[in-house]
Design a protein around this ligand. Sequence first.
Ligand code: HEM
Length: 149
Amino acid sequence: MLPAANPLEKPIYVPPKTSVTYSVFIMHRRKDLWCPDAEEFDPDRFLDERLHKYLIPKPFIFLPFNGGPRICLGQQFAYNEMSFMLIRLLQTFSCITLTPEAQHPDTRQPTEWAQAEGRKSRERFRPKSHLTLYADGGLWVRMNEAENA
Ligand code: HEM
């Protein structure tokens, strides 16, 4: 038995040996869990009042490394690696701009996306989801080396 999200509703019965799948990608974009701007890339949501409003009361809404006893053992290592890489990148280059013209045509976002609802119509590259998110065909950018890099 799983408790219903609304305590006034009946608990959910899950029969033995049932496979239960869920999409972390979709969960991380749910407006009811992350506030109406859930589709915006806004890392400040982990720093400002939204942190206390959404994530702290329900930590399981953020599961890139899963959670519980089988949580990813490399989580802290991965955070360290990512922050080191990002900081070195920003120290070395002063300006990074997207160059869609360098993107292979097969990996550009399809033209019909422009008419799609929500975030899809504004995408400037084609995101793909595996264990982590990535850009189909790579993310092609032009970078200017910073002075005193
Ligand atoms: C962005 C990078 C990474 C992501 C998103 C990620 C995500 C995950 C996820 C979702 C799991 C499955 C947890 C489960 O079965 O419930 C996992 C397991 C695991 N990860 Fe990672 N991981 C990352 C990087 C790393 C790194 C760098 C290491 C090692 C240095 C690592 C070591 C492990 C190990 C050993 C497990 C198995 C834990 C267990 O089954 O008890 N991961 N990871």
